[in-house]
Structures are given as structure tokens and as C-alpha cells.
Design a protein around this ligand. Structure first.
Ligand SMILES: NC(=O)c1ccc[n+]([C@@H]2O[C@H](COP(=O)([O-])OP(=O)(O)OC[C@H]3O[C@@H](n4cnc5c(N)ncnc54)[C@H](OP(=O)(O)O)[C@@H]3O)[C@@H](O)[C@H]2O)c1
Length: 323
């Protein structure tokens, strides 16, 4: 059971581990205090309704409810709001980022892709895509020079680039890699702040409805560690996303008076290179093709307004994730 728990991205839970969820009140009402149909027992109707920490139960509930949005995003997605918009995507050369760029092109957006390198698939997307290479998310100088290279202001900045090294077994007390922990924090937490501040300070976030999206992960929820990592582990990954989340909230608060929403999105479980080490649980935990994950992220990006600012949202069901 020990290695089974460790081998899951967010840990497919055994029945006994699931039972532990009930007792965990940290960070407000636990997911388990809500009924299967989303009612909240013992709380005012206005209390936040959170997504479920247990990914297997979450997927099962979506099937039980025939949740169209969760199970068939293709049938719900309408990307017409992106037509004519300028959207910047970091890490758009592969994985979820590439799928996001492809979808934005299909929706009629003008896309600026920022990253270390391009890819054949990205280059094949045609003239509505501008690819800016040589930009590592940890490279202060390259990012300081980015606004000059971007051209006109951006309507939606999508901070998508991320880094999650290591094996399916994950990092443990016995094999901590401090350099990798710091690198993950640098890429996943400081990276979005570098990109967003450089663009905003240079006037490259549109003053007419511009918004900032940060693709983070449910891995950054402290509350959900008790359910998803009952034995701890994977320090760098989880710490980097918790740091990312607090950075995103502070940015959202600072940009409130400017009317720029900053929304943190968990993109759901996607079948990409990053999660290939967990391919054995892709089906059990409802992992989707990156084309579906991209639509989920873009669906929430269109919904991102000042009402949503500083929220941490699960793109699978649109519900908030507790910090
Ligand atoms: N896949 C999932 O199920 C899942 C779940 C939760 C959250 N996420 C988040 O979603 C985002 C996309 O994930 P993915 O699955 O598409 O990952 P992926 O397949 O590993 O792609 C990662 C992307 O980030 C870029 N990147 C990594 N380190 C970088 C750096 N130092 N500087 C610039 N770019 C860098 C990569 O570019 P290079 O080609 O240059 O390496 C690549 O474009 C990530 O932020 C990830 O944490 C994914």
C-alpha cells in the first residue's frame, strides 16, 4: 500500500485513507462535509463549495451526476470570446501549453508563445502565432527584455510553464533533493511573478480588460495534502505550487485597484509528459487528453473576472480548491 500511495500523482486512495478525509477540518469545511450533490451540511448556504480532494471520488461523483462539463468539455466549450484577443502563453511548445495554443488559434486569437525553445508542432500553427524563444522562467534578464519583444499589449497572460521532475515514487525524507526543490519553486512560483510583473510594469497587460491566469496545481493545496498525500513526500512539487498560490493571491490583491483579475487554475489531470510517470492511474483518476485540459483552462480563463480574482479553481468542475 505504501508504494501504491506514493506512485500516484495525487494518490489514488485506499478505502481506509479515504475515511481519514472526514476528520480533516483544516482550512474551513472539509470536502467530505459536503453531500455528493454539492450541498454543504451545517454551513450557511453562502459558504464556499469546494471541489473534492479525493480524485477518484471526484471523478466517480462526476460520472454519477453525469456532469457534462467535467466529462465532456468539448460539448460545453465556446471559445468565441477569444476571437481577436491577444493571448500570451508560457511553455507553449508542448503538453498542455501547446494544446492551449492550438485551441486559441482555432478560436481566432492572436497568440504569443514564450519559452526556452519552439517545437515543430508550434511552428506549424501559422501566422497567428508568434514564438519568442530563449526565455527561461528563471532568467531575470531574458524576462526583463520580454516586454520589448512582445509588441502590443496582451489581453490574457496565461502562465502555463511548469516543472515537476522525479520518479513516480516521489521525493521522500530519505532522498530529498534540495537543488531540485529550489528549482521547482523558481520555475513554478517565482516564474509567473517574473513574467506577470515584467509585462504589467511595462504596460503590456491590456488596460482594457487585461487579465492574468496562473496555471498552478491542486498539489499546492495544503488542506488537500491530508487526503492526497497521507504519507507526505514529493516536497519540491507541493511546496512550489503552494508558493505559487500565495504569490498569485498577493498579486491579485495588489492588482485589485487596477482592475486586473489574477486567477489560479488547477488544469485537472492531463496525459502529458509531466504525468507520464503516473500513466498507470490515468484511467482510474480521469486523466484527459491535453486538448480537453486546454479547453478546461480556457473555459475558466474566459470566466476570470474581478469576482473570481484571487481564487484557486479546479478546471474540472469549476469549484474552488481550499488553500
Ligand atoms: N499535466 C497535468 O496533469 C498537470 C496537473 C496539474 C498542473 N499542471 C501544470 O500545468 C502546466 C503544464 O503542464 P504539462 O503537463 O503540459 O507539463 P509538461 O508537458 O512537462 O510541459 C512543461 C512546459 O513548461 C516548460 N518549462 C519547464 N521548465 C521551464 C523553464 N525553466 N523555463 C521555461 N519553460 C519551462 C516546458 O518547456 P521546455 O520544453 O523548454 O522544457 C514545457 O513547455 C504546468 O505548470 C504544470 O505544473 C499539469
Amino acid at each position: 500500500m505504501r508504494s501504491g500511495l506514493r506512485s500516484s500523482f495525487w494518490f489514488a486512495l485506499t478505502t481506509s485513507a479515504r475515511a481519514l478525509v472526514v476528520a480533516r477540518p483544516l482550512g474551513g469545511a472539509s470536502a467530505s462535509s459536503r453531500s455528493a450533490v454539492g450541498g454543504v451540511r451545517g454551513l450557511a448556504a453562502s459558504a464556499t463549495e469546494y471541489s473534492l480532494a479525493d480524485q477518484v471520488a471526484r471523478f466517480a461523483r462526476a460520472k454519477e451526476e453525469k456532469n457534462q462539463r467535467y466529462l465532456d468539455m468539448d460539448s460545453v466549450y465556446d471559445g468565441s470570446g477569444f476571437k481577436g484577443k491577444r493571448v500570451l502563453v508560457t511553455g507553449g511548445n508542448r503538453g498542455l501549453g501547446l494544446a492551449t495554443v492550438k485551441q486559441l488559434v482555432a478560436d481566432g486569437a492572436e497568440v504569443v508563445v514564450v519559452g526556452r525553445k519552439s517545437s515543430d508542432e508550434l511552428e506549424a500553427l501559422g501566422p497567428s502565432v508568434t514564438v519568442i524563444t530563449g526565455v527561461d522562467m528563471c532568467d531575470d534578464a531574458a524576462i526583463a527584455a520580454l516586454p520589448e519583444r512582445v509588441g502590443a499589449p496582451i489581453d490574457i497572460v496565461i502562465n502555463n510553464a511548469g516543472y515537476f521532475p522525479g520518479s513516480a515514487e516521489g521525493e521522500t525524507l530519505q532522498d530529498m533533493n534540495f537543488d531540485e526543490q529550489l528549482k521547482q519553486i523558481d520555475v513554478c512560483a517565482v516564474g509567473p511573478l517574473r513574467i506577470s510583473s515584467a509585462l504589467y510594469n511595462a504596460g503590456k497587460v491590456s488596460k482594457d480588460g487585461g487579465k492574468i491566469i496562473i496555471v498552478t496545481s491542486q498539489a499546492g493545496s495544503v488542506d488537500w495534502r491530508f487526503t492526497q498525500c497521507p504519507e507526505g513526500g514529493n516536497y519540491g512539487h507541493h511546496m512550489s505550487r503552494a508558493a505559487c498560490n500565495i504569490g498569485g493571491v498577493l498579486l491579485a490583491l495588489e492588482l485589485k485597484k487596477a482592475g486586473v483579475p489574477v486567477v489560479l487554475l488547477h488544469p485537472g489531470f492531463n496525459r502529458t509528459e509531466m504525468t507520464a510517470k503516473y500513466s498507470h492511474i490515468w484511467d482510474i483518476e480521469g486523466a484527459v487528453e491535453s486538448s480537453v485540459g486546454a479547453k478546461r483552462v480556457l473555459y475558466e480563463s474566459l470566466r476570470a473576472t474581478m469576482e473570481q480574482t484571487a481564487k484557486f479553481i479546479n478546471c474540472e468542475d469549476g469549484l474552488e480548491i481550499p488553500w
